[in-house]
Design a protein around this ligand. Structure first.
Ligand code: 5GP
Length: 212
């Protein structure tokens, strides 16, 4: 029986989820969807590896041709998940991981109710602020852009209450163990994951929100 699962991970940008997902890919056979975006590549980012970088015109054409499973505007750019590779992977029995922001995540959940939604919280908004400033040293982002990302992060975290599971990216080894546990157990129905349910994590979510 094909029991391939669709996993959706959301986390504010600068939360360190990239490292966790890289680690997961090395240990777990999962197809990591490459999104399309209209934003410019950052230092070191490669076309078709990190993102498929599209012009706004080509992006719109793909929307019209129903080529996206979901798409959303975020921080002044458009982002979308190409539909065909996700369908092909699931049909071939391989799990799929989407790393997308909440607007897109809920669009997918509506279309694929059995998708598993996981939100990764930063330990605090102060830590996110530090990471975003550090990253801006190489990306050249302005203070205004950083502040916009922080405001978006807050709005995203407010939606964490609606996810299936919520975990914290604090200490890396612990966070990686949590991520593996969530992926493995969620695939088998979610038994044993009560501690990570959004309901049980609601105080933690609120704590991160209160600290900003
Ligand atoms: P960044 O520009 O920092 O790479 O990503 C900004 C945000 O866009 C992140 O929260 C990331 O999860 C989200 N994102 C990346 N790809 C997609 C996508 O295909 N669809 C949606 N809805 N969001 C995406």
């Amino acid at each position: 029986m094909n029991n391939a699962k669709l996993f959706i991970i959301s986390a504010p940008s600068g939360c360190g989820k990239g490292t966790l997902i890289e680690m997961l890919k090395k240990e777990y056979d999962i197809f990591l969807s490459v999104s399309c975006t209209t934003r410019a590549p950052r230092n070191g980012e490669k076309d078709k590896i990190n993102y498929i970088f599209l012009s706004p015109e080509l992006f719109e054409e793909t929307v019209k041709n129903d080529g996206f499973l979901e798409h959303a505007s975020f921080s002044g750019a458009s982002y979308g998940t190409p539909k065909a590779p996700v369908d092909e992977s699931i049909a071939a029995g391989r799990d799929v991981l989407l790393e997308i922001e909440p607007q897109g995540a809920f669009q997918v959940k509506k279309k694929r109710p059995d998708a598993v939604m996981l939100f990764i919280l930063p330990p605090s908004l102060a830590s996110l602020d530090r990471r975003l400033h550090r990253r801006a040293e190489t990306s050249g982002e302005s203070e205004q852009q950083i502040q916009k990302r922080l405001a978006t992060a807050r709005a995203d975290i407010e939606r964490a209450f609606e996810y299936d599971y919520v975990m914290i990216n604090g200490e890396l080894d612990k966070a990686f163990d949590d991520l593996k546990k969530i992926i493995t157990l969620a695939k088998n129905g979610g038994e044993g994951l009560e501690a990570f349910s959004a309901e049980n994590m609601k105080d933690k979510i609120q704590e991160v929100l209160d600290l900003c």
